[in-house]
Ligand binder design. Structure first.
Ligand code: GCB
Length: 681
């Protein structure tokens, strides 16, 4: 159904592009319709707990090498019509090996695959143990497929899902053969149109051989596609813990923690005799000692209390950051019959905010962080544990305490890492560069936030929701649109503030009044007044002040930076050189320090953590080079400067210790300008 709509829309768009008069009519129609938007109810997520083994659950991954076929761009539905899912893909088309998880774009040497628009197909075989067929249920879960996925098991439809970067799952108990070989087939469609999140455009353009289909988009990162995260099969008992939601609190002096929980059960035992179910919950500390326990009532809602609690603190805000407890949930039926066991890491912390401050555990936060991307050579946006571990080591090396998941939800594995390492996350949904605000888009945008909040609500590292990046918030209907989106997000989670990274001038903006915290992106000395290092500091100060004056809310700078070709040195500083990036940063630091004296300025985020791939344009040399680290995750010169600043801020604001190697020894001389070891901070 979705597929048909999607392909229809695409055809419609192609048409519109080739017939200019029709295009005009459609455009006017679209514009008029876009002005009328309603706050409709949308479908909500279920289940989706991260797959974990326990006494009652088994987990298997289907990661590895799959078989892969690229469809003909001009015939994207051929595979459906010809039933490629009914048998091995290789019987329909020649296949190539394709790793999962990974983006497919950069795996081969073919431009046609890198730039492919439309559907691709994957399949593989796998065995399911005979034991899984008895008295339990089996689930198939995808961490993410970009952008739209259709899945078959043994030729029968299992699930479909639209929206990259977010998980989806389905029960496959009835579709599997136990103690036998099975086949999974996935069709993935990467096409972005005006009603997808994010938006894109498909057009038909003449080339030397005839016509070709082109995907265009205004956002500044490559539209990588494929099975991006792990594929899991897991078992649950027939009646099982389907959802757990926790909310934490601390007593006034942070000595007692509370964990409020709510559990949802799926299964016949619950339906037939709901009041016979109960849960026993226990909390264990890092040493494995039980520090709290409770038996729930039949509603499976309640609270646990942890005395002498160790709150969850961000990195460098405390000597023991990222403290996690383990919450163990045991679900019982009548007569103490154990049904299911699920364990979840819990960080106990509070968040609160006013019109000048954002506090964690009662202490004001000053963010020092990055905008990032899930991006790497060869694997694109595919989950890579080695890269993830390296990135967290670099974040800690540089003294950052936060990042924004620009411009889409990152892997669940990285959210778990952030919890453990005490890195705060501004969690962004996939809405980027939204340029018109229509009803279908609004519904999908809300759905992306619903799926995101549902997935990430239990992570202590998530401290803010970002509902969009650089939407065109100067447009008339941006006001209503963002009122709906922000209020909807607030209705899903009122414990975290809401922001959006805005790029229109504050005078034009119509969305900020619906947010709790204002984030703004600006590229002084790069996109504006290119090369003018003398036009940074005052402009940053006055723009931030303008935002605060207009909305009377805390403000942070969510993007600033300069493209920098590693190894290019030019003195005096000149655009693209390492010297220039360093200078641009330094001019911003000066502005931030002036702004910090005004209490409402709460953070600075460099764009970007590492260089990343973009679509081909003449403004990008091998991608966006605004990284402080190269794409291979090695520091540029500015990384060393930023490290000194982030630790200096940590020392001043949070009284953290600084590493011994922060400064290189220069000379044994005094004087206020000679910094030669960390004692000088
Ligand atoms: C922005 C966007 C980001 C781009 C960046 C740039 O404002 O939010 O996605 O990559 O500018 O470097 O142009």
């Amino acid at each position: 159904m979705h597929l048909t709509i999607n392909l229809k829309c695409r055809k419609f768009e192609i048409w519109a592009f080739s017939l200019s008069s029709l295009f005009l009519v459609c455009y006017i129609l679209k514009f008029t319709l876009a002005l009328i938007i309603l706050n409709k109810e949308i479908e909500t997520s279920r289940g989706m707990l991260y797959p974990r083994e326990s006494e009652t659950r088994e987990v298997r991954t289907l990661d590895g090498i799959w078989n892969f076929v690229r469809s003909d761009e001009t015939n994207p539905t051929q595979g459906i019509r010809d039933g490629w899912f009914k048998d091995d893909l290789s019987k329909s088309m020649p296949t190539i090996p394709m790793p999962v998880p990974a983006s497919y774009n950069d795996i081969t040497t073919e431009q046609t695959l890198r730039d492919h628009v439309g559907t691709v197909w994957y399949d593989r075989k796998f065995f399911v143990p005979r034991s899984w067929g008895q008295d339990q249920r089996v689930w198939l879960r995808f961490g993410s497929v970009h952008y739209e996925a259709y899945v078959w098991i043994n030729g029968r439809s299992a699930v479909k899902h639209e929206m990259g970067h977010l998980p989806f799952e389905t029960e496959v108990t009835h579709l599997l053969k136990y103690g036998a070989e099975n086949r999974i087939t996935v069709m993935c469609d990467n096409a972005l149109i005006q009603t997808t999140v994010p938006q894109g455009k498909i057009s038909e353009v003449a080339n030397d051989e005839g016509v070709t289909i082109i995907q265009s988009y205004t956002f500044d990162f490559f539209n990588y596609a494929g099975i991006h995260r792990s594929v899991h099969l897991y078992t649950t008992p027939k009646t099982f813990i389907e959802e757990v939601e926790v909310k934490t609190n601390l007593s006034q002096n942070n000595s007692v923690g509370t964990v409020d929980y709510s559990i949802t059960v799926n299964g016949t035992a619950a339906n037939e005799a709901e009041n016979t179910l109960l849960a026993r919950l226990q909390i264990y500390n890092r040493e494995g000692v039980q520090v709290a326990n409770v038996t729930s009532d039949s509603k499976l809602v309640g609270s646990l209390q942890v005395d002498n609690v160790k709150p969850w603190w961000p990195y460098l805000m405390h000597s023991d950051p990222g403290y996690l407890y383990e919450l163990e949930i045991r679900l019982y039926a009548a007569k103490e019959q154990l049904l299911d066991v699920y364990r979840l890491k819990v960080g106990i912390r509070t968040l609160s905010w006013t019109n000048t401050t954002f506090l964690i555990n009662g202490k004001p936060i000053y963010f020092r962080g990055f905008g990032r991307h899930e991006d790497a050579d060869v694997r694109g946006r595919g989950l890579d544990n080695a890269l993830m571990a390296r990135d967290f080591n670099l974040l800690k090396w540089i003294g950052a305490n936060a990042y924004r998941t620009s411009h889409y939800p990152y892997s669940e594995e990285s959210m778990q890492f952030a919890d453990q390492h005490g890195i705060m996350i501004i969690d962004e949904c996939p809405s980027v560069d939204t340029e018109n605000f229509n009803q279908v888009l609004l519904d999908r945008h809300k759905s992306s936030l619903e799926q995101l909040v549902h997935r990430d609500r239990n992570h202590p590292s998530v401290v803010m929701w970002s509902i969009a990046n650089e939407p065109r918030t100067g447009q008339v209907n941006a006001d209503t649109y963002f009122q709906f989106v922000a209020n909807y997000t607030r209705s899903l989670d009122s414990t975290r503030p809401i922001t959006a990274a805005i790029a229109v001038p504050s005078n034009d903006d119509k969305a900020g009044r619906h947010l709790d915290i204002i984030s703004f992106n600006r590229y002084n000395a790069w996109y504006s007044n290119t090369g003018r290092l003398d036009m940074v500091t005052q402009r940053v100060i006055s723009e931030a002040t303008g935002w605060n004056k207009k909305y009377d809310k805390p403000v942070l700078m969510s993007e600033y930076g300069a493209d920098t070709l590693e190894g290019l040195h030019l003195q005096p500083a000149f655009v693209w050189s390492e010297e220039f990036q360093t200078e641009v940063f330094s001019r911003h630091f000066k502005a931030f320090d002036a702004l910090r004296r005004q209490k409402w300025f709460i953070g600075e985020f460099v764009w970007n953590f590492a260089d990343f791939k973009t679509a081909q344009t003449y403004t990008r040399v091998g991608g966006n080079k605004k990284g402080v680290f190269t794409r291979a995750r090695q520091p540029k010169a500015a990384a060393h400067l930023l490290r000194q600043r982030y630790f200096a801020l940590g020392r001043e604001v949070d009284q953290c210790n600084v590493p011994n190697d922060l400064f290189t020894y220069i000379a044994d001389v005094g004087g206020s300008n000679v910094k030669h070891d960390s004692a000088d901070l």
